[in-house]
Design a protein around this ligand. Structure first.
Ligand code: F6R
Length: 619
């Protein structure tokens, strides 16, 4: 949700900022902007509605020189996505320029106060209020920029990551954060001179340095060309920065020959899952080793209940996790939409374990949900992908899913990574609680080890989805059905289709159809049914009959060798046989591919669908 890049050093800032914006574009793409202080002392701001390419076109004939700069790619919250509302925003005197990610909740009050003090505003954004407030503090207290930023932020209610430039001090870059992520990269250029980078995540930084500092809430930092870094809290108490080494490679941030990140990430799933389970699933010893569970054994063994908080795709993965943990560990599990949980006074006990599932580790609602659980004394556990992310740091312990950076806005490999991690978690707890018989435990371990190979098989044997998907571009609605472990897969298949192709789609438990939704079925309605030859197969066959009698078109996901459902279907995708609980990791693959190819055939921007952003750091 909005991306921030910054640079101060001896190199030209503009190319670094633009490259960084391209890497962060998945966070928002309503508008983009850049600001530099040139050697002539000018503080320039250039902005464009739309993507970073549009900004580059505008800048093509402009003076973009300068060795200090900030840049922004926007996901609009306050004010429509146009050039005026794009960041960076100038202060009234045009001496300051500021970029912001987050939401200033009391911006209307602050704006009214500033207007009373003769400040005029150009945009509808909450961000412009911030930059004006900083300038106002400079004037009021006759203080330097750093102090003015500290003072201004004391008046702010809400979330922010900001970076700010001051024309009168071209040797200093200042930033701050609360609730929205901000990372400082500490590097040296090719001549060994100190330089600093800023990024909303590590992707714009990793090319230049792997030494980073994750700014903490209510910290303000100033960086200068001599390599000095000063971090304080809002009360001006010095904070000791903790340098960390990034574990990420640049290749993971490129498309690597695929037309879209989404397709690359779908195909990466077998390898991503191998990485997820490596060292954790020990096939020879038929064992599961998860340090997060071993180190906190008593918390899990004695848990009264597990509550999993998540949003979107992560919520779907959490639901699969619930089914498995309840079955394997006999612990009641509740799955909550983080956005609902945080505001509805839920009952939370100190002996509850609250698990946050989040790819980005930055989702504002999920973060707030665990903060609430912490107040009630619950034990917090994170299942995140992004290392060092806010949720990973706010939890007491956790397990990274380790699927590598996910750039496509529609989540794919993170979903299967979350599912496999929750399965590992369930197995590790079951081992401690002894709730699974040894032979069942060993059989599940053995089978889980085979899943990456079976995913590869699924990818290789469903290559015709590409041509098949063309037939569905005209459809206005889709229904997805599944039962048991495959009900969350139906939800996920429907979400994938609607978010990237903009076709309306709904997922239901298959047997719920007859309680209402079946009224929608006619010869125009494609119904995707996940019907593996396991569990409730016969029941699903009956559900298919019901739809066929209403002339619905059946697209099924079937087990290799299945003839019955295949015979009843207009189209089928095949997956290898596996245990019920592991089917979701295979069945979701054809559904990801279906949504991908339908969206491509409709000419949609698959990696950056409209109105969406990868990391939802606003509520
Ligand atoms: C859908 C999608 C979203 C995210 C949701 C939570 O493809 O990606 O629904 O799953 O915004 O994000 P994280 O997992 O980062 O908390």
């Amino acid at each position: 949700m909005c991306g921030i890049v910054g640079y101060i050093g001896e190199q030209q800032a503009y190319p670094i900022l633009i490259k960084g914006l391209h890497r962060l574009e998945y966070r928002g793409y309503d508008s983009a902007g850049v600001s530099m202080i040139g050697s002539n002392g000018n503080l320039t701001v250039y902005k464009a509605k739309g993507k970073v390419n549009a900004l580059e076109a505008i800048c093509a004939d402009k003076d973009v020189s300068g060795t200090i700069g900030i840049a922004h790619t926007r996901w609009a919250t306050h004010g429509e996505p146009n050039e005026v509302n794009a960041h960076p925003h100038y202060s009234q005197s045009k001496n300051l320029a500021l970029v912001h990610n987050g939401i200033i909740e009391n911006y209307k009050t602050l704006r009214a106060e500033m207007e009373n003090n003769n400040y005029t505003f150009c945009s509808d954004t909450d961000t412009e209020v911030l930059v004006q407030l900083v300038e106002y503090m400079q004037e009021l207290h006759h203080c330097d920029l750093f102090t003015a930023v500290q003072n201004a932020l004391k008046h702010v209610v809400g979330a922010y990551a900001i970076a700010i430039l001051d024309r009168s001090n071209p040797d200093q870059l200042i930033c701050a954060r609360k609730g929205s992520p901000l990372i400082i990269g500490v590097g040296k250029d090719s001549n060994g001179r100190a330089e600093f980078y800023l990024g909303s995540d590590a992707t714009p930084i990793i090319e230049y340095t792997d030494q980073v500092i994750y700014l903490k809430d209510e910290e303000v930092a100033s960086m200068d060309r001599s390599g000095r870094l000063n971090i304080t809290n809002l009360a001006n108490v010095a904070q000791t920065p903790q340098m960390q080494t990034l574990e990420m490679n640049l290749e993971a941030l490129e498309k690597g020959g695929y037309p879209h990140f989404m397709l690359k990430e779908i195909w990466e799933q077998p390898q991503a899952l191998r990485t997820s389970i490596r060292g954790r699933l020990q096939v020879q010893d038929r064992d599961v080793l998860l340090s997060g569970i071993i180190d906190n054994r008593d918390k899990f063994v004695n848990a009264r209940r597990i509550i999993i908080c998540a949003c979107g795709t992560s919520w779907h993965a959490a639901l699969i996790g619930k089914y498995f943990i309840e079955e394997a560990c006999h612990i009641p599990v509740e799955v909550e939409y983080a956005s609902e949980f945080r505001y509805r006074n839920p009952v939370i006990y100190p002996d509850d374990v609250v698990i946050a599932v989040s790819q980005s580790g930055e989702t504002a609602d999920t973060l707030a949900a665990i903060q609430l659980a912490k107040q009630h004394g619950a034990f917090l556990y994170g299942v995140c992908n992004v290392i060092g992310s806010s949720i990973a740091r706010a939890t007491d312990s956790g397990t990274y899913i380790h699927v590598g950076p996910e750039i496509g806005v529609a989540s794919t490999k993170a979903f299967t990574g979350q599912v496999v991690t929750l399965m590992l978690l369930g197995l590790a707890i079951a081992k401690e609680k002894k709730t699974l018989a040894d032979d069942m435990f060993h059989m599940l371990v053995n089978e889980l080890c085979l899943i990456p190979e079976k995913m590869q098989w699924t990818l290789e044997n469903n290559k015709d989805i590409d041509s098949f998907a063309q037939m569905f571009t005209y459809c206005r609605n889709f229904i997805y059905l599944g039962r048991g472990y495959n009900y969350p897969v139906a939800l996920e298949g429907a979400l994938k289709l609607k978010e990237i192709s903009y076709i309306h789609a709904e997922g239901y438990p298959a047997a719920e159809m007859k309680h209402g939704p079946i009224a929608l079925v006619d010869e125009e309605m494609p119904v995707v049914v996940i019907a593996p030859k396991r569990g409730m197969y016969e029941k699903v066959v009956s559900n298919i009959q019901e739809i066929k009698s209403r002339k619905g078109k059946i697209i099924s996901v079937v087990t290799e060798g299945d003839k019955v459902v295949r015979g009843m279907s207009d189209y089928s995708f095949v997956i290898p046989d596996t245990r019920d609980c592991f089917v979701p990791m295979l069945a979701v693959i054809p559904l990801q591919l279906l949504s991908y190819y339908v969206a491509v055939a409709k000419g949609r921007n698959v990696d950056q669908p409209r109105n969406l952003a990868k990391s939802v750091t606003v509520e």
